[in-house]
Ligand binder design. Structure first.
Ligand code: PLP
Length: 394
């Protein structure tokens, strides 16, 4: 490998959410917790591709940080990346920017939904979506994924009934799916597209994890499926997960339909959100232009971490079932055979194992008994976390 993903980089004391957040602020925790090993928030403990750091340093050296523009070369880098990696040819006019995917989801709800409208999502799912809807006066409808053997599947019959409700207007697609790690097939996505289009639901496709795909799987951009999906969707991509740039807050919002795009632009304008900040622009372009080799090696390392987790738990804690990983750098593991009470599981994980994971129940009640484990860390950190878990629960 060219890049050293084994290298441990001290992140404590760098204003880092993952390592510097006070664990006493964890939701639902009312007991002392001291210094747990953090594998909870979805960012990576790896240094970014050197070309990205170099571009940012060069920009910083210039020493003048006035208002930026987004250069043509940045749009070109986004367009080339999406076509090269996912075969979707997007047009420059379709591209808008947002400080994040969650802000983009908020703005989309503001742009396209009325208070009291129903948004369908698929639990267990990335939990900030709940706030996105509630913060804007909407109602959540849960098209829960069903666990069939080791695989989560979409419940299309239920979706058909839920979408037929006249107050249902919006569907949040998480593709690949955080936290269950599914990479949806073209036929799954086509069925979602068909149901939503027939019942007049707009699709918000959160494709933030689209570049973190395991061997044997292929991400299909929702909007690339057919003209109906293209014209009935808002897609969000970013270098944040792919290249570990979440702190730069550079998110790309792709809206091919001009009528929908205008409404989103109106909300951007109402909130006076114009362009990404200049380091976001520099980092985003450098990542999409120069990060591919780093990403390809990263994917091998993530797969190695996943295999290491599965193998070690199989040998040392076989009651834990780690589900197959198709995409994302997030393992989804069922601990319910060891500790059926989710609150006790959380307490033991934090206070006895001293490992900080995202508890399954926060992704919706269907996740109770599961833990989400971030695999984007040096193997030695993952090993230490597994050792602690085995010592506690073994
Ligand atoms: C599916 C998904 N959407 C959105 C986000 C957050 O994105 P942002 O930080 O750009 O708001 C995450 C972060 O983990 C995520 O997994």
């Amino acid at each position: 490998m060219t890049y050293d993903f084994d290298k441990i980089i001290e992140r404590r004391g760098t204003n880092c959410s993952k390592w510097d957040t006070d664990p006493s602020t964890i939701e639902g925790v009312h007991y002392p917790v001291s210094n747990p090993l953090p594998l909870w928030i979805a960012d990576m403990d790896f240094a970014v591709a050197p070309e990205i750091t170099q571009a940012l340093v060069e920009r910083a050296r210039h020493g003048v940080f006035g208002y930026p523009i987004v250069p043509d070369s940045c749009y070109e880098a986004i367009i080339e990346w999406e076509e090269k990696r996912h075969g979707w040819k997007i047009e420059r006019d379709w591209i808008l920017f947002s400080p994040g995917a969650v802000p983009a989801a908020h703005m989309a709800v503001q742009a396209y939904c009325q208070p009291g409208d129903k948004t369908i999502l698929q639990q267990p799912v990335y939990y900030p979506f709940f706030r996105t809807i509630y913060n804007n006066g909407g109602l959540v409808v849960n098209n829960a994924l069903s666990l069939e053997g080791e695989r989560y599947e979409m419940d299309f019959d239920l979706l058909e009934r839920q979408a037929a409700d006249p107050r249902a207007s919006f569907f949040i697609l998480c593709s690949p799916h955080n936290p269950v790690g599914r990479v949806w097939s073209a036929s799954d996505l086509e069925r979602v597209g068909d149901i939503c289009a027939r019942h007049g639901l707009l699709v918000f496709a959160d494709e933030l994890h689209c570049d973190i795909i395991m061997p044997g799987h292929k991400h299909v951009p929702f909007a690339s499926l057919n003209d109906a999906c293209r014209d009935n969707s808002i897609t969000v991509i970013a270098p944040s997960k792919t290249f570990n740039l979440a702190g730069l807050q550079a998110t790309v919002v792709i809206i091919p339909n001009p009528r929908l795009r205008q409404r989103f632009e109106n909300v951007l304008s109402q909130n006076s959100i114009s362009k990404p900040n200049l380091f976001a622009i520099t980092g985003l372009e450098a990542a999409y232009r120069h990060g591919e080799k780093w990403l390809d090696e990263l994917l091998v390392y993530i797969k190695g971490n996943y295999d290491f987790l599965v193998q070690t738990l199989k040998e040392r804690l076989p009651q834990v079932k780690v589900l197959p990983l198709e995409g994302t750098f997030l393992a989804w593991a069922d601990f319910s055979a060891l500790e059926p009470d989710p609150e006790k599981l959380q307490r033991r994980m934090l206070t006895e194992a001293e490992v900080w994971l995202d508890e399954g129940y926060i992704f919706g009640s269907e996740g109770a008994g599961f833990e989400r484990i971030v695999l984007a860390c040096p193997r030695a950190i993952l090993k230490e976390a597994i050792d602690r878990i085995v010592r506690t629960f073994g």
